[in-house]
Ligand binder design. Structure first.
Ligand code: ATP
Ligand code: MG
Length: 366
């Protein structure tokens, strides 16, 4: 019988999950409080508040299993669903930790996993103490509801600190600004039987706090092993089901966790064309008790985010091995509107085409 997966959220991640589901004969229905347009072009969507118990349950009744495309959904919504015996993956415990930077970093410390030094602040006095302790440069972030670098303030000196105007009705984290050697991420998947698979490590570059470019596989076996080990410990800790993404800072030979995401992740969109099984297909397979697909890369993939405006489709497609993804979103500076993947099947290490493609994509940040 046809399975139906419910997805909380209806943005581009839900859209790409829905497209992968469609190929496997799986139905999806998305639920979102706001704009459902990106996913709506690909699947059925319902617009309703996450607090609206009646609407949420009416939607959920049509679903065999439920997942989410963002960690920024109220835990109360998953509790309403669980209260009716509906299965939501990844688990509430993992979601609760990964949606809060304080809980996330504290958890890492408890497991002996390195992170940047940090302090939690609730008022001006605590903020002053945190900055004295950590020194400049540092970065202040909201502990919850951040994405794409939103809700973050880089502090280089006292004048940055004094020009902040914060509302103290919420909690913030101050992190030491790491002088790292680069950023990378791992995406791993665990199924109901405890089987785990890891994708190749991906190298990431950010601009203005947003992911701009990724390349995979990152060819460092020792780093890959370290990342796999960390992911495995976290997956086991939560008896996790589904995909888990972890963003790292590389400092010398060490990996420090920046943050985790209990969902499919932007830095692994290259797996659609560049791996034997995409991250989207494997997340669904895990949820549905289906065998996980192999996670090998079949090329060196370059992933470019299109921010603020889309490049010209015909120009991108004139490059052999390039794939164009338009999320169908309203154009706005600073908004992720799509991505381009170039799978380098034939010229390992070719930087000329990679650079030429980059120059086709004129991102508008703001
Ligand atoms: P996203 O949704 O893109 O993951 P986010 O809003 O969750 O972004 P972070 O991942 O915390 O934000 O930060 C975005 C980027 O800013 C990081 O990938 C990194 O490039 C830079 N950054 C954030 N915190 C630090 C830090 N403590 N030291 C050095 N760089 C940092
Ligand atoms: Mg991040």
């Amino acid at each position: 019988m046809t399975k139906t997966v419910g997805i909380l959220g209806a943005g581009q991640l839900a859209r790409m999950l829905a497209l992968a589901a469609h190929e496997m004969g799986v139905k999806t229905i998305c639920y979102d409080a706001h704009d459902t347009s990106s996913a709506a072009a690909a699947t059925q969507t319902v617009q309703g508040s996450f607090e609206d118990q009646e609407c949420l349950l009416a939607w959920a009744r049509n679903c065999d299993v439920i997942t989410y495309e963002t960690e920024n959904i109220p835990l109360a919504a998953t509790d309403i669903l669980a209260g009716q015996g509906l299965e939501v993956y990844p688990s509430r415990r993992a979601l609760a930790m990964m949606q809060n930077r304080n809980l996330e970093k504290t958890f890492c410390r408890q497991l002996g996993i390195q992170t940047a030094e940090f302090a939690i602040v609730h008022n001006e006095a605590e903020l002053q103490d945190a900055v004295s302790l950590l020194g400049y440069p540092c970065v202040l972030k909201t502990t919850t509801l951040g994405y794409d670098g939103k809700g973050q303030y880089r502090l280089n000196d006292d004048s940055d600190l004094s020009s902040l105007s914060l509302s103290w009705d919420r909690e913030y984290i101050v992190e030491q600004w790491l002088q790292h050697d680069g950023e990378c991420s791992i995406l791993s998947v665990r199924d109901h039987d405890g089987k785990i698979k890891h994708y190749p490590l991906t190298y990431n570059q950010h601009q203005h706090g947003m992911l701009a470019y990724s390349r995979a596989p990152y060819p460092d076996r020792a780093m890959q092993k370290k990342a796999n080990d960390i992911a495995e410990r976290i997956l086991e800790h939560f008896t996790y089901v589904g995909v888990l993404a972890i963003e790292f800072f590389m400092v010398g030979d060490n990996l420090l966790i920046n943050e985790m995401a209990p969902r499919v992740h932007n830095s692994f969109h290259w797996t659609i064309e560049g791996a034997t099984t995409s991250q989207f297909a494997n997340h669904l397979r895990a949820l549905l008790h289906w065998p996980l697909g192999t996670t090998e890369a079949i090329a060196t993939s370059h992933l470019y985010n299109c921010i603020g405006q889309m490049p010209v489709c015909e120009r991108i497609l004139s490059y052999s091995g390039a794939y164009y993804h338009d999320y169908g979103k309203m154009v706005r500076p600073g908004r992720k509107l799509g991505h381009v993947t170039w799978c380098d099947f034939n010229h390992p290490g070719d930087t000329e085409i990679a650079t030429a493609l980059w120059s086709e994509i004129n991102n508008i940040y703001n």
